[in-house]
Design a protein. Sequence first.
Length: 360
Amino acid sequence: MHPARLLLTAGVAAARAIVTLIVTLGFWAAAPLILGWMPTTVMTASMSPAIEVGDVVVARPVPREALVAGRVVLATDPDWPDRLRLHRIAALDDRGDLVTKGDANPSADSSPLHPDAVHGVGVLRVPFVGLPIVWVRSGDVVPLAACVLAFAGCLALALRRGDEDEETDADHPPPPAPSASLTRRALRTRALEKPDADTPPPPLTRRALRTRARAGSARQRRRTARSALALTAITALVATAVATPASAGFHADATTSGSVTAGRVTAPWALECSSGLFSNAVIFWSYDGWQPRSFDILADGYVIVRDIAPGERAVRLPSGSWPILGASRVTVRVNVGQRWTAESGGVAISGTLFGRPYCS
């Protein structure tokens, strides 16, 4: 076999294998919809390395008694009703709520899940199929374009007739060209006559051979077009099913198309204390996490200032029951949801003789 033909045959075989693999993965990501299961695309790395960004996780509804520690659950985030949380159950608290934690997160989620918020338990992971969705949502045009072009190239090469098809045609070559052409009247006469089983049919004209060759080429083009249309339809169906199951099947008001967000909030940081000679101490802090609902100031674990506006980054401490001797540990707590909070490190505050706080 000629090296070029051998290389073409190997390329066609590899392209067909790649297209088959992609379509198969997409099928397994979308087929569970028929059973009422729920596929969703993972958008964050909070469950790494068990579940990576771009994986499609299929969740199956289970009874409440099946929600035990160690299982990965997909649920509506109690702090962000339009988002989903895909984390592992770490424990059950005294009220029966689920304490969840991402495998890659250092601590458990601050807000537990009620069992009624759980949509299902993860039973199937299809790797990498959702990466184009991740790129679309994050605006990464370069890898998305490269992926589309690569798949289009593999699809075009996979639909090409390989060397094995050419060899099949070689086993059945077209009949040789006739030495003398028959007229149209002779062809019609021969068609009306009853053929003799012992007499071979006369050779066809060159025009008839060309017509037969064109008909064969047209049939091959129709078969190729049908194959391309079928593969394109399958790919579009898979992309639609994997990209939109969350908004259709998880939550009627979801706008994230199956986006899974890590259940973790950033605590305030860079606390500083400043106090004047005749004024109460002022606490400063920094915060760059999700939009908070409010901030609270705590002294030794007790709230002394609550419901500070989300745009504030400083507050003057009130006069009150501050110790005359010793110091109190003051922290800042951010409130992102109803029960989703994070607390900063502390600074030391001492009291004066008149109960006015000042920095230590």
